[in-house]
Ligand binder design. Structure first.
Ligand SMILES: Cc1cc2nc3c(=O)[nH]c(=O)nc-3n(C[C@H](O)[C@H](O)[C@H](O)COP(=O)(O)OP(=O)(O)OC[C@H]3O[C@@H](n4cnc5c(N)ncnc54)[C@H](O)[C@@H]3O)c2cc1C
Length: 736
């Protein structure tokens, strides 16, 4: 393991907590093989460990996170910026990004992502690579890219993505910032200009990360008013905010930080107001639409494939989010499961031996399904990434063709592009919700010590809490999922009228078709398990999740139809009535996909001999536990239409208990396999050596509140109470 070399206080193997040692000794599989599987190969693991060591041993010491909790917000912002700058300096020294396929772009190198994670702190520059640069690549034409990308590569231009306004977030059609065309003849720059303006208070850009104090440019989303005064809706504009020489604000621009947030406070999420800011005409992102020197607006003649490539590129962030959900949840599980193995409360039957809290079934029931989910998210995140890359590759190959030949020229159908949008939307929504709730559950499961900052869990939780909101609010995304899936329902419904379902064959949602057909045709699907043993087969559990997903999807379709035909509701009203059902259907679809990908992933790794039989067994146990717990939680969904019977419900409960105890044996080894260093975990409870108590005390003693005796508040306040008697009861009547 890399962990024992990670911290300055690292324990040697001989000082590892005996309970943790015992947990590791009883593992039934090879931990390293799963680590290699998660990294992608043995050499990837070696490379990751090498890069992590570079961060941990950096001679400047800047990456030390030991004092994070004691720093004031401003100091943390400054320090994390210094980490970001040192990281880039190190990358240049190490030649990261020098490979042919990166052409000097550090952020294109997989090593950069590893180093970023190794830093284990949020870097204020992040939106530059998460949103700003990808926007230039996707939405700007070649000439614009040639001009701006080298500046980004060299970290002269540092950008953010400014879409959300004070008054509007989800409803981007109501954004108010304007970009009004000004001809040269009317006083504009040579070739024409845009005037970027915030006409109202509510049009203030509010929330963009990196905007407040860091970025010198913003990709601003504004309403385009062309030279003929026509509002063309929202478009992207590259707006300089600050001088690239001395970082001073440019004329007409006001920006600042939006203030402390629940978490993610290294980051300067910002506001910006524009007072008639003039930028060149060519600062409009012009790949898909352009405006000429006379202010005439045109949609560029890109074929469908080209626009879909841009769309797919942006969607890749979603795959990263699913993978991020896996890692964040796995970190929380690592902390909580190691701590649960070390922490003892209550007595065993002999009345003397104390019980590891991990042995309580309730503790297992709270944490082990989350551990299983973190593995499921890994397999799905990886598959989603591969699917998106594959579609992107095929679309790029087809992008020379004309728009109307799109389906013929490309092996990617329009249905497939919509389908991957639905898949990624459903998974983003579900996995980030599970991860956010799961981290908090892990925190609570550590009792009082989980409430300590030094447990690492509060910051993990509060930083992660943004994920359900950003990149599509989790409660909005199900609408997009259902909008796509309803077309599949329609195609299945119209099948008798010769509608071709073949176009859906390479779609993820096609897997729902057998259940959709059965339900539509009135053939009742029923769970075939005849005993508890049957009901823990992965294939049986997957069929149950498929049936439920299909049924809930059809329920949305029927509800919309009923509302509109029987009660005469308009579509928007019926749609609003169906929102709750949509959320349920989207979640059910995600669970089906996740289990299916988990099963396929295990098989794939086995076939490629990345893992052996013992690893297959332990991963299959995890997959079973996950599916059983999901079904147990929503049992009503499976009983309501008779898919399952009451005896199935009791078998599920029995099986949950059985698989909790099976998975429990390998719980610590399964989190060890994630190979999070102590440096990354930043948790006294989750330490690899399990020496929890000395380090809790060390953290307490380090608190600056303990620096002076008799306490910093004594002289300025407490003394007046205790010694000077301001609180002494004088017996007089109230004067209020
Ligand atoms: C940490 C953080 C970082 C961010 N970074 C950026 C950034 O870099 N750039 C940027 O531009 N923005 C950024 N944002 C803003 C983010 O994109 C928005 O917060 C998000 O899109 C949600 O919009 P909103 O906050 O206006 O919520 P609202 O749209 O006001 O939503 C509030 C509630 O209403 C519900 N709701 C709204 N409309 C509907 C509807 N039609 N149907 C059903 N329910 C509805 C939502 O589900 C939600 O529960 C960031 C936000 C956070 C918290």
């Amino acid at each position: 393991m890399s962990n024992d070399t990670n911290t300055t206080n690292a324990a040697t193997v001989s000082t590892i907590n005996p309970d943790l040692l015992k947990e590791r000794q009883q593992a039934t599989f090879d931990v390293e093989r799963i680590t290699h599987m998660l990294d992608g190969s043995v050499s990837n693991t070696d490379r990751r460990r090498y890069l992590e060591a570079i961060i941990q041993r950096d001679p400047t010491g800047i990456f030390d996170n030991g004092n994070n909790h004691y720093l004031h917000r401003t100091d943390r912002h400054v320090r994390s910026m210094a980490k970001g700058v040192r990281l880039i300096e190190l990358c240049r020294k190490l030649g990261i990004g020098n490979d042919d396929d990166c052409s000097g772009e550090i952020i294109q190198s997989p090593d950069f992502q590893i180093l970023l994670e190794a830093v284990a702190d949020d870097i204020p520059l992040a939106l530059h690579w998460v949103m700003f640069q990808p926007n230039i690549v996707s939405l700007c034409d070649e000439q614009q890219q040639a001009e701006w990308l080298p500046l980004c590569r060299d970290w002269r231009m540092i950008g953010c993505y400014a879409q959300t306004e004070l008054g509007h977030g989800s409803n981007i059609r109501s954004l108010e910032t304007t970009a009004t065309f000004l001809k040269q003849a009317d006083g504009g720059m040579p070739g024409g200009s845009w005037i970027i303006h915030s006409p109202t208070l509510t049009s203030t850009k509010f929330w963009p990360g990196t905007l407040g104090r860091t970025a010198n440019h913003a990709m601003v989303i504004a309403r385009l008013i062309d030279g003929n005064g026509i509002d063309r809706g929202i478009h992207n504009f590259l707006v300089p905010l600050r001088s690239m020489e001395d970082h001073t604000l440019l004329k007409g621009v006001t920006t600042g930080d939006i203030g402390p947030k629940i978490g993610y406070n290294n980051m300067d999420n910002g506001f910006a107001q524009f007072d008639q800011v003039v930028i060149p005409r060519r600062n409009m992102a012009m790949r898909f639409a352009s405006v000429d020197e006379d202010g005439n607006y045109t949609h560029n003649n890109n074929n469908d494939a080209t626009s879909k490539v841009a769309y797919i590129t942006m969607m890749q962030v979603r795959a990263m989010i699913v993978n991020g959900a896996s890692k964040a949840l796995a970190m929380a599980c690592t902390i909580t499961l190691r701590y649960s193995a070390v922490r003892k409360q209550g007595f065993a039957e002999d009345g003397k031996t104390e019980v590891q809290i991990l042995d309580y079934t309730q503790q297992q029931h709270r944490i082990l399904p989350l551990l299983a989910a973190s593995y499921a998210f890994f397999f799905t995140g990886r598959k989603l990434w591969k699917q998106l890359k594959d579609i992107e590759r095929k679309l790029i190959a087809a992008s020379g063709g004309a728009s109307d030949n799109f389906n013929q020229q490309s092996s990617v159908s329009k249905e497939q592009v919509s389908d991957i949008h639905a898949t990624s939307s459903a998974l983003k929504s579900f996995t980030t919700m599970v991860a956010a709730d799961g981290i908090e559950e892990c925190r609570k499961a550590c009792g009082g010590h989980g409430y300590l900052s030094c447990s690492g869990l509060p910051e993990l939780f509060t930083s992660y809490l943004q994920s359900p909101t950003v990149e599509g609010d989790n409660h909005m995304l199900p609408q997009q999922v259902i909008r796509v899936l309803l077309k599949l329902v329609q195609a299945v419904q119209q099948q008798k009228q010769n509608t071709n379902l073949d176009t859906y064959k390479s779609c993820n949602s096609y897997a729902l078709v057998p259940s959709l057909q059965a339900i539509i045709q009135g053939r009742s699907e029923q769970c075939a398990a005849i005993n508890a043993q049957d009901l823990c087969q992965l294939s049986t559990l997957l069929l149950a999740l498929r049936h439920r997903a299909a049924r809930l999807l059809l329920a949305v379709s029927y509800q919309l139809e009923r509302d509109m035909t029987e009660t005469g509701c308009s579509l928007p009203t019926a749609w609003n009535h169906a929102l709750v059902a949509m959320a349920k259907a989207s979640k059910a679809y995600s669970q089906f996909l996740l289990l299916q990908d988990f099963m396929e992933g295990i098989l794939h790794e086995r076939q490629n001999q990345v893992i052996g039989r013992p690893e297959v067994d332990v991963l299959s146990d995890l997959a079973k536990l996950l599916a059983l717990c999901w079904i147990e939680k929503d049992m009503g969904d499976f009983l309501v239409d008779g898919y399952m019977r009451p005896e199935h419900a009791s078998w599920i409960e029995l099986n949950v208990l059985q698989y909790l105890s099976i998975v429990r044996q390998n719980a610590v080894a399964l989190v060890d396999a994630r190979d999070f260093s102590d440096f990354r975990l930043k948790s006294v409870l989750g330490r690899y050596d399990g020496n929890v108590y000395p380090y809790i005390m060390e953290a307490a003693q380090k608190d600056p509140l303990n620096d002076v005796e008799p306490g910093p508040a004594y002289e300025v306040a407490l003394k007046r109470l205790v010694r000077d008697g301001v609180g002494v009861y004088s017996g007089t009547a109230s004067r209020l």
